[in-house]
Design a protein around this ligand. Structure first.
Ligand SMILES: [Zn+2]
Length: 199
């Protein structure tokens, strides 16, 4: 298992609605120190936000790149860096859908059911330009699909029915006051921590 860098700086997370979140990102073509710094900063940001994956456009960078640190259905932890990802899922009669909850650090706090194939394989290159392949089931399958979607300018709200999308946005709006604009640089604001007598 590749080891993720630990020397990054936490960056603010870009939210849905910003143009960089909704456009096809540029392929990574230069594998230099600047890219490695970006990867380290993305890992630090993902960890600070307690996420299982983060794409470059979620820190405002227009590149096809994501990092992940996510368990599969057996609780086995997988982590890695993928530039220029392509995703494969099972199609046709062998396809099984996982109806689990999904959320996104760029729409913080809100979750809703989102049906996705329960297995996925992602192929690309790492931050050194070396070929990488990651595959698995459970939350890992969901994460690999979700992050590859980000590199293509798709957010999971785009994959929901109108009804579920509406519900998701309503939940996000309710939670928005808890998330400072530069979250996770500034922590979640939790008024309940200050009202100790509240139920
Ligand atoms: Zn996301």
């Amino acid at each position: 298992m590749p080891t993720l860098p630990t020397d990054g700086t936490v960056l603010p997370i870009t939210r849905w609605g910003e143009p960089v979140m909704h456009q096809l990102c540029k392929p990574v073509t230069t594998f230099d120190d600047q890219l490695k710094k970006l990867v380290a900063d993305m890992v630090a940001t993902m960890n600070a936000a307690e996420g299982v994956g983060l794409a470059a456009n979620q820190v405002g960078v227009d590149l096809q790149l994501f990092v992940f640190d996510c368990p599969d259905a057996d609780g086995v932890r997988h982590q890695g860096v993928v530039c220029n990802p392509t995703v494969e899922v099972v199609e046709g009669k062998d396809r099984k859908l996982d109806e689990g909850d999904e959320g996104c650090l760029s729409l913080p706090g809100a979750f809703t059911k989102c049906a996705r194939p329960d297995w996925a394989r992602v192929t690309g290159v790492d931050e050194n330009g070396e070929p990488v392949t990651f595959e698995g089931n459970g939350l890992l399958a969901r994460c690999l699909q979700h992050e590859t979607d980000h590199t293509q300018g798709t957010v999971f709200g785009d994959r929901l029915s109108r009804k579920y999308r509406k519900r998701l946005f309503a939940e996000a709006e309710e939670l928005a006051p808890h998330y400072p604009a530069d979250w996770p640089v500034s922590p979640i604001y939790d008024p309940e921590n200050e009202l100790t007598d509240a139920e």
